[in-house]
Design a protein around this ligand. Structure first.
Ligand SMILES: Cc1cc2nc3c(=O)[nH]c(=O)nc-3n(C[C@H](O)[C@H](O)[C@H](O)COP(=O)(O)OP(=O)(O)OC[C@H]3O[C@@H](n4cnc5c(N)ncnc54)[C@H](O)[C@@H]3O)c2cc1C
Length: 417
């Protein structure tokens, strides 16, 4: 069998791995992208809500509001559900998440990620132009609806805080909501409209477009199982379907599956997942949804994808490999039908994905300190579509000895000991 050789193996061809591969290639590295699927963008990056969240200055931290925590605790919130039998496995992680969400530490996470968030749109724009897929970026912004005065007030306060970091937007009343999205029906206290975020109407297609760009420029793609990774001589080797692939350096960009590689190598990184679902439905009649709409209090989002209206759910705490339990899809469906004229489902069953999360809601980007040539780029939580290209740049700058555009120290794996 053939043996492929390169400078770097990138394990995982989701938005994060593909973006890292493209940025390494731009810096003269020969790269082999390895995935268990034949196509890029078939994992979590396939099914997200399509938002380039360039206005999301504050990561999704554990709530500190007692009422909200109680609603989560009795498993009655549409935003978050947990699988009771998996709870013992999650509790230590949830405690770390809670502790990392103190106002001080949450602000630290936000400030660490801010340079990446600020860079997110420009990095996508550049890659989208190079890949020749302008139709995959729409300038719709993002509409967040609130049903109660209390939740609207809290969102307005968050927005005021975000304004200090350059976030633009406006608070809309019922009339302004109707002007922006005429097909919506409901009793809204108001909405926050953020014009800057981009919308990708086919997130899996965007990862594929970046992978096609990578291949056009001479990059190679190998189908293989990252779990076969081993250290050989002065480098790394992974078994592919058509032979082995070898390189001096390796990047672990396996999203929620990254523990399959860093675990056996002995790194105690507390990666967990927040699962989420989607289902596409046809719009009814001439109804048009102009951009993504979050029905915040009811815990779901509608996004006008190329395939149809994609309904995405909030967070489910359950083991990554546990069979799907799309309870939140069932809860959201009647609410979504009441909000927007929806017809029949387009998908035979809901899709499930797993947001790869660290307790401080920051990704792991940087060296695997105990193994020469080992690099990490995973844990992009709710923001992997948004941050893939920006973190790809950061990682590639670190690996090639350039001055990184952002301080990488908050993302180091060593923060977990
Ligand atoms: C419902 C939902 C909505 C979301 N909405 C948004 C949003 O609007 N905006 C946003 O920015 N983010 C959003 N996210 C988060 C975002 O989708 C993720 O952060 C992102 O997709 C992670 O990308 P990744 O490349 O790290 O992982 P993945 O896309 O999962 O890629 C990992 C790759 O590793 C491969 N792999 C796994 N195991 C192996 C193996 N053993 N061998 C070889 N290859 C392997 C997989 O096939 C896959 O291609 C959402 C997530 C969900 C679930």
């Amino acid at each position: 069998m053939a043996e492929l050789k390169a400078d770097v193996l990138v394990l995982g061809a989701g938005m994060v791995g593909v973006s890292a591969a493209v940025h390494l290639q731009k810096r003269g590295r020969e790269v082999i992208l390895v995935d268990r699927h034949e196509l890029a963008g078939e994992g979590t990056s396939f099914g997200n809500a399509g938002l380039i969240e360039s206005a999301s200055v504050f990561p999704y931290m554990f709530p500190r509001d007692v009422g909200q925590i109680l609603r989560y605790a009795i498993n009655s919130s549409p935003q978050v559900r947990y699988e009771l039998s998996d709870l013992p496995a999650f509790l230590p992680w949830l405690l770390r998440y809670y502790l990392a969400s103190s106002p001080k530490r949450a602000l630290h996470s936000a400030m660490a990620e801010l340079p990446l968030i600020r860079r997110s749109m420009a990095e996508h724009e550049a890659l989208i132009a190079e890949a020749g897929v302008p139709e995959l970026l729409r300038r719709t912004g993002w509409l967040k609806l609130f049903r109660s005065d209390a939740t609207l007030a809290s969102a307005a306060a968050d927005f005021e805080r975000a304004k200090q970091f350059g976030v633009e937007g406006e608070i809309l009343d019922g009339k302004a909501i109707a002007a922006r999205e005429p097909s919506l029906t409901g009793d809204f206290a108001g909405a926050v409209y953020l014009p800057a975020p981009g919308f990708v109407p086919d997130p899996g297609g965007l990862a594929k477009a970046y992978a096609a760009l990578f291949k056009r420029k001479g990059g190679r793609f190998a189908v293989g199982d990252a779990r076969t990774l081993e250290q050989v001589g002065g480098g790394w080797r992974v078994n592919g379907a058509n032979g082995a692939a070898l390189a001096r350096e390796v990047v672990v960009a396996l999203g929620p599956w990254s523990d399959l590689v860093f675990g056996p190598l002995g790194y105690p990184i507390p990666l967990a997942v927040k699962r989420g679902y989607h289902l596409h439905l046809a719009p009814r009649g001439n109804a048009v949804l102009r951009g993504p709409v979050l029905d915040a209090d009811l815990g779901y989002l509608l996004a006008p994808m190329n395939r149809g209206i994609r309904l995405t759910t909030g967070v489910e705490f359950a083991r990554r490999d546990r069979p799907p339990t799309p309870v939140q899809i069932a809860q959201a469906l009647p609410r979504a039908h009441a909000l927007f004229p929806l017809g029949a489902p387009i998908d035979a069953k809901p899709w499930m994905g797993a947001r790869p999360c660290l307790p401080d809601m920051l990704p792991v980007i940087g060296k695997g300190a105990r193994h020469p040539g080992l690099w990490f780029d995973f844990g992009h939580q709710h923001h992997g579509l948004t941050l893939g290209p920006a973190t790809g740049r950061l990682l590639a700058e670190m690996m090639t000895g350039e001055t990184p555009f952002a301080d990488p120290s908050p993302f180091a794996a060593e923060r977990f000991g």
